[in-house]
Design a protein around this ligand. Structure first.
Ligand code: SF4
Length: 295
């Protein structure tokens, strides 16, 4: 008789769902419960046999155990009555707030807290390497968008990167990033490939085929790293120490005392100058990117 699946719940951002894939292989077979927008990607995570949309009609009567990586009231409600044991994430909400307000010590990395919630050893390595492999290696992937404005490097600098780095280039984003990607492409005076979709049909193979990826602190950058692509992350209002990029050391940032200024990034710079991103130059991004792929 086949084993009943474990339900894994993560409803948050794309990056948080991608990172959940670091433990799903060890929990296989997995039914992954997430927001409808992330179901197509969640279905690609290792060990996942089915992705189900979180909602009032969600049925988990066929699972044996729940790993709740959200740890929220909603995820508790969604997993109520599911058969088997339920383990939950330590959200570290207070530690994350103290980190932003008083620059206190960061909480344990998210991947470590995921593993602890599931009762597993800490994950290692790119957990989606080999997934969605496309035909050959296709130059640079660029991920300029981010849900929070403070996390975005200026559009003109992305255009300058395309002008100055050897191609081909692919601009990645979700449908909401379409206007930004078009602006960057137009500003470059070149014709980069643009992929702005939610279904990941083109995104996954194209990202997996990139020789290197440059992006902000956002979900598609996490996906590139999970796919095993060399990924340079430009960090502004968030920091590598805050948990999401631990073990992913290729980052560029400025050591400003105001960082981190928000748990998620924030819409407007409280200092008025957005120095955390404005001070990162095109020259240093090119140098860091070249060093990353050659080293
Ligand atoms: S410059 Fe400081 S306050 Fe402004 S967005 Fe960056 S980290 Fe936040």
């Amino acid at each position: 008789m086949s084993r009943r699946p474990t339900a894994v719940l993560r409803l948050g951002s794309l990056g948080e769902v991608v990172q959940a894939g670091a433990i799903t292989a060890q929990l296989a077979p997995v039914v992954f419960v997430t927001r409808p927008a992330w179901c197509a990607l969640a279905a690609q995570l290792p060990g996942v046999v089915e992705a189900r949309a979180a909602g009032p009609t969600l049925d988990l009567s066929d699972v044996d155990g729940v790993v709740d990586l959200q740890g929220s009231l909603r995820s508790r409600w969604l997993s109520r009555g599911a058969p088997g044991a339920c383990r939950r994430l330590d959200r570290a909400d207070l530690a994350r707030r103290l980190r932003v307000w008083f620059k206190a010590a960061p909480p344990p990395p998210l991947l470590q807290r995921y593993a602890e919630a599931a009762g597993l050893p800490p994950p290692t390595g790119p957990w989606m390497a080999g997934s969605g492999a496309g035909p050959g290696v296709e130059g640079w992937g660029l991920v300029p968008g981010a849900a929070w404005a403070n996390k975005r490097w200026p559009a003109a600098r992305w255009s300058a990167l395309i002008q100055r780095m050897p191609g081909p280039h692919t601009l990645f984003g979700g449908p909401e990033d379409g206007p930004l990607l078009a602006q960057i492409a137009e500003g470059s005076g070149r014709s980069p490939r643009v992929i702005a979709e939610r279904g990941f049909v083109q995104t996954l193979p194209a990202l997996a085929a990139c020789a290197g990826v440059i992006g902000g602190d956002t979900g598609l950058s996490h996906l590139a790293r999970a796919l095993g692509r060399p990924t340079l992350v430009l960090l502004g209002p968030t920091t590598a120490e805050d948990g999401h990029w631990t073990g992913h050391p290729t980052t560029l940032s400025r050591p400003l005392p105001c960082r981190p200024c928000g748990r998620f990034g924030g819409p407007v710079c409280a200092m008025g100058d957005h120095a955390c991103m404005q001070e990162i130059t095109v020259d240093e991004v090119i140098l860091a990117a070249q060093a990353m792929v050659s080293g």
